[in-house]
Design a protein around this ligand. Structure first.
Ligand SMILES: [Zn+2]
Length: 184
């Protein structure tokens, strides 16, 4: 006598067995916003740039490495951010240095904040452009990048800028506005 279950096996409604293809013991990572993204290793979502999360939270619930990294970058550069912000807001009133020198000091203080603390933002911005998938990181990366490039030019070659760009004896720079936007 033929077993009914045997004959039904090959004509299963899906055709393909619903089995996790990852090896046992190997974690699967997915994007919280794009569940179709599946990776065998942690990384960033190719669509939105968010950090991928383990599908099944491990027993060893270690802290989110992205959060640890961002926090470290934020706290290490916060003193520079505060100094450059104070300088930009009140520097010209104190008259401690010439306007051109002040621009250079602000640039020096801003470089680690923008290029080191802000590096993950630029990385994800580039990734979003490469994947032709614009997202929040594209916006932040382009905004901060444009402001920074402008500020470097205004400091290094103020003679390139028209008279109307000058205020308080120098071309207005945005370096001071970088940290608050890149480190949020
Ligand atoms: Zn995503």
């Amino acid at each position: 006598m033929l077993d009914a279950r045997d004959s039904s096996q090959p004509t299963d409604s899906h055709g393909t067995p619903d089995v996790d293809t990852t090896l046992p013991g190997e974690a699967t990572y997915t994007c919280p916003m794009h569940p179709e993204i599946r990776r065998n290793a942690p990384g960033n979502c190719p669509i939105c740039g968010m950090a991928l999360e383990p599908l099944l939270p491990g027993l060893d619930d270690e802290e989110n490495p992205e959060l640890v990294d961002f926090r470290r970058r934020f706290w290490w550069t916060l003193p520079l951010t505060l100094v450059v912000t104070a300088l930009a807001m009140f520097g010209h009133r104190f008259g401690w240095m010439s306007p051109a020198t002040q621009s250079w000091v602000e640039l020096g203080l801003s470089i680690p904040v923008v290029l080191w603390a802000g590096w993950p933002f630029f990385e994800r911005c580039l990734q979003s452009i490469r994947n032709a998938s614009p997202n929040m990181w594209t916006l932040i990366g382009l905004g901060v990048g444009a402001g920074f490039v402008y500020s470097v030019a205004a400091t290094v070659a103020p003679q390139w800028f028209p008279e109307s760009f000058f205020a308080h004896g120098r071309v207005g720079v945005y370096s001071s506005r970088q940290p608050s936007s890149s480190c949020r």
